[in-house]
Ligand binder design. Structure first.
Ligand code: MSP
Length: 498
């Protein structure tokens, strides 16, 4: 990957599930990062998609009495519609049932087989139908696995254990490979035990909805061995060398903490065996909880993002999810905290500043941006903070402190509101129109810079704001607001909600 390109992925979601706020979160996080990097002028590739093979899909299709492919085609639009509604700016959407993907999975399987890293063995052990994998006695006792049965069958195994030392070394020498730090330690802890080989086949007699092994047509591939490969299929592995060179290794695989082992252990060892560079970073975020439980279909406490968007608008939902979660920790979703954030941050602080500034400019300056004039101490403080804010936000985003980056910008907006209170341009304009113009110019320009910095999080409403100030574009230098240019009419940015 060249240093100016940025490649970010989300997990590919099980096509069977109805997308909820948890899926929306990871996708949104990827979207915010992608938009942020695009704004910096970096070439960006943002991949998301669907995981369509495996037992659960096969069973669900059987239940509906349709072919699995038909079932997938029926379910897939639910995700695509949600991503459209959430204004997700993905560059590619991959489905594991696509031809381009099957070709790569079979290519990798054949390479790994030819190099001797896949072998055949008879295996007898406990199998969790719900997790679609063999489990150890200890795992069975943990109570975390459902539908457990004894199975004895011939299967193919990937020599994952062979790469244990190499993986430990890689993790230790690349401190950013697994983030945050506590997840890295968790994986290193897991790797203290001997790493078993991985069963990567399922006999067709038991499951046929998968990608056939190129070296044994009686078997299909284990769904994770298939799914993980999506991250290299999309940028062009085995199909477009230039594109693959350009994007790989990925900058970030964003995942929830539930799928850390598959990403931080299975995936890198698969890549090592296939002689492909490892991704730069795997970042595992925490869970959205409701009343202490993970939001999930099986718990039955899902929040439907669509109805939230319909009720409050897409940007407030995006804002809340990004502002409320400290990346790496769990966060609590409550409608009360959503409404509180909306009213205090968006309606009172952000929206209110625009309406004050634009109303006063319209009333006293013929609806035009006034002259900025000679700045006094108070304006110089705001200007200097505005000039350093971009760098501060950039550093925080690079450290994956999205919530802090947002809060830093909101604090700036609050300080500008305070400056407005103190300078009272609505009074000042009666005595000194030039001075009041200076105050309004300064507040408007600070607002413009804040909107540019918040645009990856709230692309829509910040665009309305920038249009209202007649200052579209992503310039972060002080002075982007042009004195004399006409303000545009706009609806209230964030009407208060009850
Ligand atoms: N298909 C696999 C991933 C294969 S990637 C090669 C899978 N799919 S999933 O549909 O179950 O999605 C899991 C992901 O959804 C989590 O890793 C996380 O990104 C997101 N979330 C689902 N529920 C969540 C919460 N309650 N909170 C936050 N995110 C969670 O696993």
């Amino acid at each position: 990957m060249n240093s100016t390109s940025f490649y970010v992925t989300t997990p590919i979601y099980y096509v069977n599930d109805k997308p909820h706020i948890g899926h929306a979160y990871t996708t949104l996080l990827a979207d915010v990062l992608a938009r942020y990097h695009r704004n910096l002028g970096q070439e960006t590739f943002f991949l998301t998609g669907l995981d369509e093979h495996g037992q659960k899909v096969q069973q669900a299709a059987e239940k509906c009495g349709v072919e699995p492919m038909k079932h997938c085609d029926k379910m897939a639009p639910r995700f695509i519609e949600l991503w459209d509604k959430l204004h997700i700016s993905y560059d590619d959407f991959i489905r594991t049932t696509e031809k381009r993907h099957k070709k790569v999975v079979q290519g990798i399987l054949q390479n790994v087989y030819d190099s001797g890293d896949i072998y055949e063995n008879e295996y007898e052990g406990l199998y969790s139908v719900s997790e679609e994998r063999f489990i150890t006695e200890k795992e069975a006792e943990s109570g975390e696995f459902r539908d457990i049965k004894e199975l004895k069958e011939k299967n193919y195994f990937f020599r994952m254990g062979k790469y244990q030392e190499a993986l430990i070394n890689h993790i230790k020498t690349n401190p950013k490979f697994i983030q945050p730090e506590h997840r890295k330690n968790e994986v290193l802890g897991f790797l203290k035990q001997p790493l078993n080989d991985l069963c990567i086949s399922r006999p067709k007699s038991r499951l046929n909805w998968g990608i056939e092994l190129p070296f044994d047509s009686d078997y299909v591939t284990y769904v994770w061995f298939d799914a993980l490969i999506n991250y290299i299929t999309a940028p062009g592995f085995m199909s477009d060398d230039n594109s693959f060179q350009k994007w790989w290794p990925a900058s970030y695989h964003l995942i929830g903490k539930d799928i850390l082992t598959t990403h931080a252990v299975y995936w890198p060892t698969m890549l090592m065996s296939a002689n492909i560079e490892l991704p730069k970073s795997i970042f595992a975020h925490g869970w959205w909880l409701m009343a202490e439980s993970k939001i999930s279909k099986s718990v039955g406490n899902v929040v439907d993002p669509i109805s939230l968007i319909d009720d409050y608008g897409v940007d407030p939902v995006r804002y809340y999810l990004m502002r409320e979660m400290v990346l790496g920790q769990d966060a609590n979703f409550t409608i009360e905290s959503f409404i509180k954030r909306y009213n205090s941050d968006l309606a009172n602080d952000f929206g209110n500043l625009l309406s004050r500034v634009s109303t006063l400019m319209k009333k006293n300056y013929d609806g035009k941006i006034p002259e900025s004039g000679e700045l006094t101490e108070a304006e110089l403080i705001i200007k200097s903070k505005g000039e350093s804010l971009g760098k501060l936000v950039k550093d925080m985003i690079e450290e994956m402190r999205i919530n802090d980056a947002i809060e830093e910008t909101m604090q700036y907006i609050r300080s500008v509101n305070k400056y407005m209170e103190e300078s009272a341009p609505w009074k000042l304009v009666k005595e000194d129109k030039e001075a009041a113009g200076r105050v309004l110019y300064t507040a408007g320009e600070a607002l413009r810079i804040s909107a540019v910095l918040l645009s990856p999080v709230m692309p829509n409403r910040t665009e309305i704001l920038l249009e209202a100030l007649n200052a579209k574009g992503g310039n972060l230098d002080w002075g982007g607001l042009k004195s004399g240019s006409e303000l545009k009419d706009h609806k209230p940015l964030f009407p208060r909600v009850k």
